[in-house]
Design a protein around this ligand. Structure first.
Ligand code: F6R
Length: 234
């Protein structure tokens, strides 16, 4: 794709197509800056009656531990303010891990048990190859679990917080195995700073040291990126 808008539009068209064919589809969703344009485009399609989310179910990849739903840095807040508040989705069909649960281990188990047959999982890519909050070294067999964020991820995400100390140290994330069970995966990559990670993902060895490399084993992954992110690919 030439640019960010084309990337976002292509991904939105694929998701809208899926929902038109199967109105009761289940989507796996990501936060972060990369999918913002995708959500904008889907909101537009919803407003123009080109797609309805009234029978769609969603599962988000991850959530920080310790932030309330009204905290502007929580992924609950992100998803509502960038997407859910503007579409006709039914609120009981929205699922995001609860980072304030009293028993966090139990919350992970409950969340994993709720996830059924994700038709399309949207992913972004961390600079260190993380998908969801599955940092390097995470087992490919992992299910929804609690994680300690690496310094590099906390630094990358500190752009949304006042200081790096304010970035939570822990999160709940779907596991790699959870993600790999999705029928189809759309991996979105944008910007030159992702170019090296994209190159390693496509041409590097499959290793738990670089979590996204597992996607080479998935039968139905679509990588959609802008020129800058794809520039190191031959
Ligand atoms: C977000 C998530 C993360 C991001 C990744 C890229 O729910 O799971 O893996 O997709 O950190 O973030 P951006 O898009 O901000 O570069």
């Amino acid at each position: 794709m030439n640019n960010y808008d084309e990337m976002s539009e292509r991904a939105a068209a694929m998701i809208a197509d899926q929902i038109k064919h199967v109105p009761h589809s289940t989507l796996g969703l990501a936060t972060g800056s990369t999918p913002e344009g995708l959500y904008r485009s889907l909101i537009q399609k919803n407003r123009q009656d080109k797609v309805s989310f009234k029978d769609v179910t969603t599962f988000n990849l991850d959530e920080y531990i310790g932030l309330s739903e009204t905290d502007t840095n929580s992924y609950h807040f992100f998803m509502h303010s960038h997407f859910f508040d503007y579409i006709d989705i039914q609120h009981h069909n929205i699922h995001i891990p609860n980072g304030l649960a009293n028993d966090l281990e139990q919350e992970c188990e409950n969340y994993e048990a709720k996830i059924r047959n994700i038709d399309i999982q949207v992913l972004g890519l961390g600079l260190n190859g993380h998908i969801g909050f599955n940092e390097p070294g995470t087992s490919f067999l992992s299910r929804t679990h609690l994680v300690h964020l690496t310094e590099s991820t906390r630094k990358a995400n500190s752009r949304y917080f006042k200081t790096i100390e304010d970035v939570p140290e822990r999160a709940i994330t779907m596991g790699i195995n959870t993600i790999m069970k999705s029928k189809k995966i759309i991996l979105l990559v944008s910007g030159e700073r992702k170019a090296e990670a994209v190159e390693r993902l496509m041409n590097g060895e499959i290793s738990e040291d670089f979590p996204a490399s597992v996607l080479q084993r998935h039968p139905n992954v679509v990588l959609i990126g802008d020129k800058a992110a794809l520039k190191k690919l031959r």
